[in-house]
Design a protein around this ligand. Structure first.
Ligand code: PLP
Length: 361
């Protein structure tokens, strides 16, 4: 039933999670308190944080030599905290510039070190990604940063590069938990929660033990991975309500069959949408088919005028937040885990009707 939420973030949450959160809002586990009122230092929040962490470890089969940090600052904050924590005496880092977000990550890193761009898709307006096997790595780089899914441009990395001994570091904000991921291939992963895992305010960092604890001396204590790991994310107050919600989302994903099932659903949703886009000459997706995102589907119409009309008629029909990112324009449908096949069916039906009507004029 509409309305259907296609927002890129904050985004749709599973209905079952919102229902359960009602009890957490006023009377968590019968304790007569809201989760929001519980001190972060006590046993109640400890159990919320431990539950969320163990569910995430189970979902991703996170190896034992990784720490899961649940902190504030957003993915954009990590663009700085990444070099601060991971330079480890090196003076440069590798960055793959494959879209809006990775470009910002590289720009931010330049405040702290030399940045070697291993690949750059900006000349092609971020419509394709160079084969990762051809990227130009620096063997002396502290790490190689990449963005697995470019939320604004609708591109997804087809496979991981082999960066040799240089640890891979990834912004997985918009596709973590949408499909299985081999954590052991990465030195560090990070994601803000509001795209696919919960609500704004929480950032999840998964860092390999040997990479934590070597932060620059100027790193704020509250963003020092070593200190955060030693204090199970409680250097200062974690975003307690956001941690609680993410814990519910992780349990929901487990109850639905885990990441393999999420991947199956997401592939089906994305295919339905790309099939409609590719069916005629009315809609067009500028992204090379090899690297099209299964999470954020970006497309345009023949004119900007028609795009405006499309967006306003879609909203009237309960198909919400389809406006493209300000850097990319046009239309974007985000198909995170909580967006159900029903919502995609309603959107594809609307798109087919809209195109038929306009082409028939
Ligand atoms: C949304 C997004 C960000 C920024 O996240 P904030 O939580 O707003 O800092 C960074 N990277 C990617 C891939 C994103 O999708």
């Amino acid at each position: 039933m509409p309305p259907y939420n296609f927002s890129a973030g904050p985004a749709a949450l599973p209905k079952a999670v919102l229902e359960e959160a009602k009890t957490g809002l006023t009377d968590w586990r019968g304790c007569g308190q809201s989760v929001m009122e519980i001190p972060f230092t006590g046993p109640e929040f400890k159990s919320i944080l431990d539950d969320a962490t163990s569910s995430l470890k189970e979902l991703l089969t996170i190896p034992d030599d990784y720490h899961v940090l649940m902190i504030q600052g957003g993915a954009y904050g990590q663009f700085s905290f990444m070099p601060m924590n991971l330079l480890r005496g090196h003076d440069s880092a590798d960055y793959a510039v494959t879209g809006h977000w990775s470009k910002r990550a590289a720009d931010e890193a330049r405040k702290y070190c030399k940045v070697n761009i291993v690949t750059d898709g900006s000349a092609a307006n971020f419509t394709d990604i160079e084969n990762p096997d051809k990227w130009r790595f620096d063997p002396h780089a502290a790490y190689c940063h990449l963005t697995t899914n470019e939320t604004a441009n609708g591109l997804q990395l087809p496979h991981l590069p082999d960066s040799g001994d240089v640890p891979l570091v990834a912004d997985v904000t918009s596709d973590l938990l949408t499909a299985p991921l081999d954590v052991s291939k990465f030195g560090t992963l990070y994601a803000s929660a509001q795209k696919n895992m919960g609500i704004a305010g929480l950032t999840i960092v998964i860092v390999r033990d040997d990479l934590a604890g070597q932060a620059l001396s100027t790193t704020p204590a509250v963003f020092d991975y070593g200190r955060l790991a030693a204090n199970t994310s409680k250097v200062n107050t974690p975003p307690t309500w956001a941690v609680y919600i993410s814990g519910l989302v992780f349990k929901w994903v487990l109850s639905q069959g885990g990441l393999a099932e999420m991947a199956r659903r997401n592939r089906a949703k994305a295919k339905a949408l790309y099939d409609v886009i590719d069916a005629g000459n009315f809609y067009r997706c500028p992204v090379a088919s090899r690297v099209r995102s299964s999470v954020n589907v970006c497309f345009g119409l023949p004119t900007e005028e028609l795009e405006k009309q499309f967006l306003s008629e879609a909203a009237e029909n309960g198909l919400l937040y389809l406006q493209g990112h300000s850097a990319a324009g046009a239309i974007r449908a985000s198909l995170y885990n909580a967006v159900e096949q029903d919502a995609v069916n309603a959107l594809t039906q609307f798109m087919t009707d809209f195109a038929d009507r306009e082409v028939g004029k």
